[in-house]
Design a protein around this ligand. Structure first.
Ligand SMILES: Cc1cc2nc3c(=O)[nH]c(=O)nc-3n(C[C@H](O)[C@H](O)[C@H](O)COP(=O)(O)OP(=O)(O)OC[C@H]3O[C@@H](n4cnc5c(N)ncnc54)[C@H](O)[C@@H]3O)c2cc1C
Length: 470
């Protein structure tokens, strides 16, 4: 594999393959190690320096920014393809379209991709296209794949996933009420969707839409369906794009979309009528772990900024580098521990998926879905603090990284929903634990009898008074 574009490695740079955690190493192929080193260098030496160019090429003004297509991203895509860094996200044991990596191997790469906000698109590994491509690869008909999966895998078009609605609490997907009514060979779609990520981009040609197709079905989870809607179908209007803590995320964008009497052929249904929940569940599992993987990279880049600033000899509050102030060293150490722990949890989830499937790893996925964004927010907060005013400005990437990481506590279901599920499942162990603790106490009583001891308070604090027998 040639590396015509990559600069020589910086002094002191440890190749990514040498930093693979010991517990993950046995599961990583030689091919993946080589690709991982390339991803690392591609991100550090090509994507990160191009970020400012991307932002500048977007230009000013909403209309302009959402119609812009920064040339630098196409140049990066071309370089990534030549390096073989393309579509690494499709796991090898599940898809014939895969680039040949496992979830674990892609997980290691996704951390590096997460360090730059343009690296995932540059390698065609960006959400929501990744999840949408998985849906098409997993459930699509031959025709659906030919029309949509091919162009998406080639990076020629983009796509959006439309589930959330402005008028209902969408973290409970049973509330989705977007209307789908059958009319002969067509479905008529009416309603609103928002937070349709990616639909701001004029290269977004496909919406994957969840709606209520059978409100009277007695089976709660068979009332909804998922259907493919070409973005240019008459009756579809992008009403506006939403900001994220003040950032517009152009040209990607998060759209609020109105559907008014939109007619879509029944062949566009995914899996069939009433199978919406199956599709959505199949999509969100891998999507959640991809977010977690990238967010570890976000935290790692924040820590790099933190350490660099702490050792900047031009910024010496009270006559010392920040790194000579103990509180900063403690924060750096805490960040290191938290990132390394979170990474292990993410890789563990990826290995679990590789060894079975997403369903087998629901607990591990939920854990990292909650743990990683909170960890990244803490690390970002410390890094921003160390930069003083610059940390909350546009002069470092930290503020926009913080805004992105904050959304991860809401995207793909808010923390609370995953917490409740995790807590509920843990709680199911209650009856068995009660039994176990009861039998341990019983055994203790028997041991007391055996050794001729009387029942006593274990601390024996010698503070008993009065004469009543206990
Ligand atoms: C940047 C961004 C990108 C997004 N991209 C997409 C996308 O591409 N496609 C898409 O369909 N959606 C997308 N979303 C939407 C996202 O998935 C929803 O916002 C999320 O599922 C929450 O739904 P909601 O906004 O309707 O909040 P609600 O359901 O109204 O919930 C509001 C709050 O209630 C609390 N809550 C909810 N359930 C419980 C509970 N069981 N116990 C205690 N508290 C609870 C939580 O704090 C929650 O944040 C995106 C959101 C953001 C911010």
């Amino acid at each position: 594999m040639s590396v015509p574009y990559l600069l020589s490695s910086q002094a002191g740079h440890i190749p990514a393959s040498q930093k693979i955690p010991v517990i993950a190493k046995p599961f990583v192929s030689e091919k993946a190690e080589k690709a991982l080193d390339l991803v690392d260098r591609f991100v550090e030496e090509e994507c990160i320096p191009a970020e400012a160019i991307f932002s500048q090429q977007l230009g000013q003004g909403t209309a302009h920014r959402f119609n812009a297509h920064p040339p630098v991203i196409e140049d990066l895509k071309r370089k990534a393809k030549e390096l073989g860094l393309w579509n690494m996200f499709l796991p090898k044991n599940h898809f014939k379209e895969s680039a040949g990596f496992s979830n674990l191997e892609y997980g290691l790469m996704a951390e590096y991709l997460g360090k730059s906000f343009i690296a995932s698109e540059a390698t065609n590994c960006a959400a929501p296209d990744t999840g949408n491509m998985e849906v098409l690869a997993k459930y699509g008909t031959r025709e659906q794949k030919a029309q949509w999966l091919g162009p998406l895998l080639d990076g020629n078009i983009r796509s959006a996933f439309l589930m959330t609605e402005p008028q209902v609490a969408s973290s409970d997907a049973l509330n989705i009420e977007f209307s789908m009514k059958q009319d002969g060979d067509y479905w008529i779609l009416d309603g609103q969707k928002w937070w349709s990520s990616g639909a701001g981009d004029n290269r977004c040609k496909l919406y994957i839409v969840m709606g209520k197709s059978d409100p009277n079905n007695p089976h709660t989870y068979k009332k909804h369906s998922v259907i493919l809607v070409p973005a240019n179908t008459p009756g579809v209007t992008v009403k506006r794009v939403l900001s994220v803590i003040g950032f517009d995320h152009a040209p990607h964008g998060h759209a609020h979309i109105i559907f008014n009497n939109v007619r879509v052929h029944k062949d566009n249904l995914i899996l069939g009528q009433g199978r919406g929940f199956e599709v959505v569940q199949g999509r969100l599992g891998p999507g959640r772990i991809h977010h977690a993987m990238r967010t570890v990279g976000v935290a790692e880049r924040a820590l790099e900024y933190f350490i660099a600033r702490s050792n900047d000899p031009t910024r010496r509050p009270f006559g010392k580098n920040l790194s000579e102030h103990g509180v900063m060293l403690e924060r750096i150490a805490k960040s290191r521990i938290e990132i390394d722990s979170a990474r292990l949890a993410v890789l563990n989830a990826a290995i679990k998926i590789d060894q079975g499937n997403t369903k087998d790893a629901l607990k591990e996925i939920a854990e990292v879905k909650i743990q990683v964004p909170s960890m990244a927010l803490e690390v970002l907060d410390r890094a921003m603090q160390a930069h003083g005013g610059a940390g909350v400005s546009q002069d470092t990437p930290l503020a926009s990284m913080w805004a992105d990481a904050r959304t991860m506590r809401i995207v793909d279901g808010p923390d609370e929903v995953h917490m409740i599920q995790l807590g509920r499942n843990e709680s199911k162990r209650g009856p068995n634990l009660l039994k176990k603790i009861g039998s341990q106490k019983h055994k203790t009583s028997e041991l007391r009898k055996y050794y001729g001891l009387e029942e006593r308070d274990t601390l024996e604090l010698n503070r008993t008074s009065g004469t009543a027998k206990l």
